[in-house]
Design a protein around this ligand. Structure first.
Ligand code: SF4
Ligand code: SF4
Length: 326
């Protein structure tokens, strides 16, 4: 929910949006329209990257106002039919039967099936991997312009995870972590376990196994996923991992608060991401980095075709960690 009482109409959320190209004055005027329930072209230009959530200095959650107004003005990035079909793809009426637990409990979402190579290696030894539709987080639907799907489905997803009886669950996907750690508590959904991000798990493992690290001594560019806008405190953990494995996160134009969407949100919103991806990848290359490192496997998949054409190496952060282990 947009927290209206926290908003002072400063316009920063839209002025800093890399997709709207508004001066501060224009941003203030457009946000004022949204605030008053009036139509604004901002709704059509929005690619649902969540950056305004991070850029609002008062924590008012402007993207949630944008979602409300997209619904009101018929400007959701995806059609109602596409939303209904996507929801049907992920919902299951079956009862969730959690596996017997051993070691670290890691919720892998659908990725153990689509990206099995990312679930092997020492970080996953003896771990219990929860996977499949029953633990799918539905954050995708924010990119489709419909927060109601999350409100409908998140309680069951969290109840399924709670059924494991785990006190702490590690989340592989940034979207799942955003849901459980940030969105669900704000939606009034009780989360009866501790949520930990996969990079916190990786950082802790590396700190406990320093003797196994062979510093890589390379400079990389980092691709920050959209969902990280909900938990910006994690940036520190990403940097800690790079320090531990001897990697320099090179300065580039589109990183940290100015990072660009990989194109996944554009796809969900039916817009072409070609020029945006090229801008992002060329920036990574010009930074002098030897590779572009992604936290989200979807970013790797989305950027792969253009990265291959431009000769840019793409790596998932867990692959990089594994490369650094003796
Ligand atoms: S979600 Fe992204 S594209 Fe949409 S207004 Fe916010 S910053 Fe801009
Ligand atoms: S939502 Fe936040 S950034 Fe946007 S106008 Fe209101 S206070 Fe400013």
């Amino acid at each position: 929910m947009f927290e209206k009482e926290k908003c002072d109409l400063c316009g920063e959320c839209l002025e800093k949006c890399l997709n709207q190209s508004l001066s501060l004055e224009q941003a203030q005027a457009e946000f004022k329209k949204l605030f008053s329930g009036e139509y604004s072209p901002v709704l059509e230009k929005c690619v649902t990257c969540f950056a305004c959530e991070e850029n609002c200095p008062t924590g008012a959650h402007p993207f949630e106002l944008i979602l409300e107004q997209m619904g009101k003005w018929g400007k959701k990035p995806s059609s109602e039919q596409a939303i209904v079909q996507a929801e049907a793809r992920y919902v299951s009426d079956q009862e969730y039967l959690p596996p017997a637990l051993s070691g670290t409990v890691i919720s892998g979402c659908v990725f153990p099936k689509t990206h099995p190579h990312l679930f092997s290696g020492p970080l996953f030894e003896n771990a219990t991997i929860l996977k499949g539709r029953m633990v799918f987080c539905y954050v995708l639907f924010l990119h489709m312009g419909d927060a109601r799907v999350i409100a409908r489905r998140a309680p069951q997803m969290i109840a399924n995870l709670a059924k494991t009886g785990a006190e702490e669950i590690v989340f592989f996907h940034d979207d799942c972590y955003a849901l459980v750690h940030d969105l669900a508590p704000r939606m009034g959904i009780k989360v009866p376990f501790q949520a930990k991000h996969i990079i916190e798990h990786a950082r802790d493992w590396l700190q406990a196994n320093r003797q196994r690290i062979k510093p890589l001594g390379i400079g990389i560019a980092y691709q920050r996923p959209c969902a990280s806008r909900y938990s910006p405190g994690k940036e520190r953990v990403v940097d800690e991992i790079f320090d531990l494995i001897g990697v320099e996160r090179v300065e580039r134009q589109y990183d940290r608060k100015r990072s660009l969407c990989c194109g996944g949100a554009y796809l969900a919103s039916g817009k072409s991401a070609g020029s945006l991806q090229e801008k992002n990848l060329r920036d990574a290359r010009e930074s002098g980095a030897s590779e572009l490192v992604c936290l989200c496997p979807i970013c790797v998949d989305m950027l792969r075709p253009q990265a291959d054409q431009l000769g840019i190496k793409l790596t998932h952060i867990l692959e990089l960690v594994h490369h650094a282990l003796a």
